[in-house]
Design a protein around this ligand. Structure first.
Ligand SMILES: Cc1cc2nc3c(=O)[nH]c(=O)nc-3n(C[C@H](O)[C@H](O)[C@H](O)COP(=O)(O)O)c2cc1C
Length: 361
């Protein structure tokens, strides 16, 4: 699939950057044009060098290059998206004033009857802006303002951006898992804590209930191992190892972040605490990364196992993760210690699988 992406000088550069990186992951051939003020807003709003954004695309063109392939209808493309789209570029497209490559490539989409998505950003909108947007809509352009769907309760800027990028991908015809469809209102008890629960895996049982050790189990919203009910909190448990070397991994989805724990051996306790905050990778903004802070209790080494777990979950979900670990076997020999570390990693890997995919893997 081949898609032309234009980034203009409206606020919301992050939407364009995220779209490019998701299209790249999806194997879509992207042809990128960044306007002069698009480059400025990328710098201003994301702190990124526009060349780093260009590196996400399959090919890039100068905004002035009206001889570039996307300027011609003979260059086959499946769709085009202008993300974000300034009111100047909205006006240019609406009136066929093709003085730069973004408006010319959009004009080509219109004349060739190809899919065109514009993500206009301005507020408030003047009658002129509204008239131009109406012209575009009447021409068959998908006018998709970056207005968040708060009913999906975005827990971070990344989730908020992904909500809009997911809708853009829907209209470009690219499959994605960025945003979840609305699955109906949340249970009244969930307000203030949880997110609307989507139907789907995994089927659940609570910690302490029967089930194969280590197969990943999830509690219903409002349930907890200790009883009493915590509205909106979903509890998950996995295990690895046997007997005194068994490790239990527990996770709680609060709806806005996760709390995970690794406990086991003969005397579970609190040995290390970590907080991992997701963020885009500094080296490649298309990739997720995170920043962690750790508190080790004196003479404890659980950071070694809880930090990788918290970081993996933060990167995979884009949500903050708090991790706690305490695993101890009295007088353990080196082989038992190795086994405990291995079981911690295995139980943690299963926990991440259950939380992110619905199975322990
Ligand atoms: C930081 C910054 C934010 C801007 N935000 C908007 C905006 O949200 N919407 C808009 O229409 N123009 C916005 N502008 C103005 C446009 O960049 C300007 O109209 C420019 O000529 C658009 O040209 P382009 O469409 O070729 O990028 C912004 C400019 C700057 C410097």
């Amino acid at each position: 699939m081949r898609v032309v992406v234009g980034i203009t000088g409206a606020s919301g550069a992050l939407y364009g950057v995220r779209l490019l990186s998701v299209l790249r992951e999806a194997g879509v051939e992207t042809h990128l044009i960044i306007s002069r003020w698009g480059a400025e807003t990328i710098r201003e709003e994301t702190g990124l060098d526009p060349d780093r954004v260009r590196a996400l695309a399959y090919r890039t063109y100068s905004h002035d290059d009206l001889a570039a392939p996307p300027a011609s209808g003979s260059f086959p493309v499946d769709a085009m998206a202008v993300v974000p789209c300034s009111m100047k570029t909205v006006a240019a497209i609406a009136h066929g004033f093709s003085r730069d490559l973004i408006s010319r490539a959009a004009d080509v989409c219109l004349k060739e009857r190809r899919r065109l998505v514009v993500v206009p950003r301005e507020t408030p909108l003047s009658p002129l802006h509204l008239e131009n947007l109406l012209r575009l809509a009447r021409l068959g352009v998908v006018v998709l303002p970056p207005v968040p769907a708060f009913y999906l309760r975005p827990a971070s800027l990344e989730e908020l951006v992904d909500g809009t990028v997911g809708r853009i991908l829907d209209h470009l015809g690219v499959a994605h898992g960025l945003s979840r469809p609305w699955g109906g209102p949340s249970h009244p008890e969930q307000h203030g804590l949880g997110r609307p629960r989507q139907p789907g895996p995994p089927q659940a049982c609570r910690p302490g209930q029967e089930g194969e050790p280590g197969d990943g189990r999830q509690g219903e919203p409002g349930s907890s191992g200790g009883g009493g009910g915590r509205p909106g909190v979903v509890e998950v448990e996995t295990r690895a190892g046997e007997g005194r070397l068994q490790v239990v991994a527990r996770g709680w989805d609060t709806g806005r972040g996760y709390v995970v724990g690794l406990f086991g051996g003969e005397s579970p306790h609190v040995g290390a605490v970590v907080v991992s905050m997701p963020r885009p990778s500094l080296a490649d903004p298309g990739k997720p990364s995170c920043t962690s802070s750790v508190i080790n209790l004196p003479a404890h080494k659980e950071e070694e196992v809880i930090r990788p777990l918290a970081e993996e979950l933060a990167r995979a979900t884009g949500r903050p993760v708090v991790g706690v670990a305490g695993v101890h076997v009295e007088g353990a020999d080196p082989a038992s210690l190795d086994a405990l570390v291995h079981h911690c990693r295995e139980a943690g890997r299963r926990l991440v699988g259950v939380i992110t995919r619905g199975d322990a893997g």
